[in-house]
Write a protein that binds this ligand. Structure first.
Ligand code: PRT
Ligand code: MG
Length: 213
């Protein structure tokens, strides 16, 4: 019997993936939020979940350590998508990739073609491509979290980060000044597994496709 390993991250993606898994009759045996286990069994002997960092999902799937997974478009653009088949936009964990600055900061003046801007971000590839297209020179400062702090303490002029409700920006007196790309999460499948485990994977893709709201 073929086995299936599904890579998921905890938090918002997991919460929004549960109904999709349920539609495909896949029910985790434990809640990863409360369990410390990184391998979670399901109601099927041959299907298991592996719980990884959101930004590591493409890597597990690319190398075939997981047959498929769910990852944000932000993570996929930054990863490059090598070795991954991306059949479905699941429309979950939706948000926007934005440029934000301190309230009152004159972004239009600072970001003219030819000028130089310091940009803090977890997404150096996305940020570099965005500003290159505008002809703005940037010094990218790579951070791993709490990007919103950077302009407040003078680490950067601007940040490139995800915004959903906008409350984090407001709480830190920042404002969004440019929209880069709409983000949602996608199903990513290992290209080899799609062939060798087609009978197992294809019905799940079909079920997910029907369950997208
Ligand atoms: O936490 P960890 O470092 O392990 O990884 P992660 O932060 O990438 O994981 P997680 O679970 O927080 O996010 C997983 C995916 O959810 C991301 O890759 C996105 O595709 C998607 N997503 C959707 C978001 C958001 N919305 C979001 N709002 N990811 C992060 N945020 C953060 C944002 O970075 C900012 O700090 O939430 C804050 C802004 O939210 P608002 O509501 O205040 O605007
Ligand atoms: Mg997080």
């Amino acid at each position: 019997m073929n086995h299936l390993t599904i890579a998921l991250s905890k938090g918002r993606i997991f919460d929004e993936t549960l109904p999709l898994l349920a539609a495909a009759d896949i029910v985790p045996a434990e809640n990863p939020e409360s369990s410390r286990k990184l391998i979670i069994e399901t109601n099927h002997d041959n299907i298991r979940l592996v719980i990884v960092r959101a930004s590591d999902v493409p890597t597990y799937v690319q190398y075939g350590a997981a047959d498929f997974g769910i990852a944000g478009k932000d993570v996929l653009i930054e990863h490059g998508g090598e070795g991954l088949y991306q059949p479905l936009d699941l429309k979950i964990a939706a948000c926007k990739m934005m440029v934000a600055v301190r309230e009152g900061f004159d972004y239009q003046a600072a970001a003219q073609a030819g000028s130089r801007l310091r940009v803090a971000t977890k997404y150096p590839n996305i940020a570099a491509a965005h500003f290159a297209a505008k002809g703005v020179h940037v010094d990218i400062i790579k951070l791993y979290g709490s990007m919103e702090l950077a302009p407040l303490v003078g680490l950067s002029d601007a940040i490139v980060d995800l915004v959903s409700t906008g409350s984090t920006l407001r709480a830190n007196r920042l404002q969004a000044v440019e929209h880069i790309v709409d983000i949602s999460s996608r199903l990513v499948v290992n290209k080899a597994a799609l062939k060798t485990k087609h009978d197992l994977i294809e019905p799940i893709i079909q079920t997910f496709a029907k369950a997208i709201v």
